[in-house]
Ligand binder design. Structure first.
Ligand code: UDP
Ligand code: MG
Length: 336
């Protein structure tokens, strides 16, 4: 059967999209496309691949444009600068008109060969979300493995939502979830958290995470810390409660010490005037507690500041093969 016939045959079927954020991924794009295309060609559904070029300054732009020229099922969005991984995935979801979408990294750490199994799981379990849980992670440093494991566990304790552990953005979502996601207007999106938050029927899928096929990680330590603290601040008010608790304990300690020293003066069992060290220690300690709590408060005020400005999460410079409107924008304008 020719490609054209196959396409017509598929036209009555469901459509599956693959969303791929790319930041300076010239080393992996060709291979990534080849493997993804090979998998999609074997599916009975209609397919599309949405690449988001997140302000790359290497050959990513040209490589993606030539893919879009050669393959009409390849959509490309070029951002005007680097907005970050989460805004890139958000743009992919906003511009997806498929019934099902798989979010995947460009570096093939999450193998596209698993897509048919994800689709099978989705159909079998009537799931709205199939989230992929990493059983193992090849090619990562001990530091990354340890901090990631710790992060997901702390996040779970701190947050009001229950997140699946050891789960990245690699997952399959259906139209209901895509529509729900497109209604969310917060700017600092922690996507894996929000997809848990929207609810519906979510099922796990266990897999072995592979090493990057080429190139370097685009998540250096600074970006990782920002990602983690953003997730924490957007999904938990626990830091504020902890700050309040800390203040409360400090006040109690202060009252007890004041009573102790007063009684000591009256009954002569305290030698308080000797204590330069104890005064300095408590000034530094309580000064620290105050700065810390003000700092925590400041983090939330910072988020309010960013959210209230309501700037778009990303700006698109150019797009290829994209005819669908930005769904999030539409929903937003309908609302206001
Ligand atoms: N990425 C992005 N913008 C960024 C950083 C990363 O679009 O600012 C993309 C990157 O190209 C990759 C995915 O997000 O497809 C995950 O990044 P990476 O593989 O470097 O992270 P790691 O797997 O090392 O945590
Ligand atoms: Mg990676």
């Amino acid at each position: 059967m020719s490609n054209e016939q196959l396409r017509q045959e598929k036209s009555s079927q469901q459509k599956v999209a693959v969303i791929v954020p790319c930041y300076n991924e010239e080393a992996v794009i060709k291979e990534s496309y080849r493997r993804t295309r090979a998998v999609l060609d074997r599916l009975p559904q209609q397919t599309e691949i949405i690449y988001i070029n997140d302000g790359s300054f290497d050959q990513t732009r040209n490589l993606l444009n030539s893919l879009a020229d050669a393959d009409p099922e390849v959509k490309v969005l070029h951002f005007s600068r680097n907005f970050g991984h989460q805004p890139a995935v958000t743009a992919g979801i906003n511009h997806c008109d498929a019934d099902l979408a798989v979010i995947i990294d460009a570096d093939m750490q999450d193998p596209p060969e698993l897509i048919p199994e994800l689709l099978d799981t989705q159909a079998r379990e009537h799931a709205n979300v199939v989230y992929c849980v990493r059983r193992s992670r090849a090619g990562e440093s001990f530091f990354k493995l340890f901090t990631a494991k710790a992060f997901y566990r702390i996040m779970n304790r701190m947050s009001e939502v229950n997140f699946p552990l050891d789960t990245g953005d690699f997952r399959l979502i259906d139209r209901k979830v895509i529509n729900a996601f497109n209604q969310l207007h917060e700017r600092g999106k922690y996507i894996r958290g929000l997809i848990s938050w929207v609810g519906f029927h979510q099922v796990p899928f266990y897999y072995e995470r592979e090493a990057r096929i080429a190139g370097e990680t685009k998540y250096p330590l600074g970006k990782m810390v920002r990602f983690a603290s953003n997730a924490m601040l957007y999904f938990s008010k626990k830091p504020l409660q902890l700050a309040t608790g800390l203040g409360f304990i400090s006040v109690l300690v202060g009252i007890v010490l004041a009573i102790w020293f007063t009684l000591g003066k009256i009954y002569g069992f305290s030698n308080a005037e000797v204590g330069w060290t104890s005064i300095m220690t408590s000034i530094i300690f309580f000064g620290g507690v105050q700065l810390l709590t003000v700092g925590v408060l400041g983090q939330y005020v910072g988020i309010l500041f960013d959210e209230i400005k309501a700037r778009p999460e990303y700006i698109i410079d150019e797009q290829r093969n994209v005819t669908t409107a930005n769904k999030q924008k539409e929903a937003y304008h309908e609302k206001i």
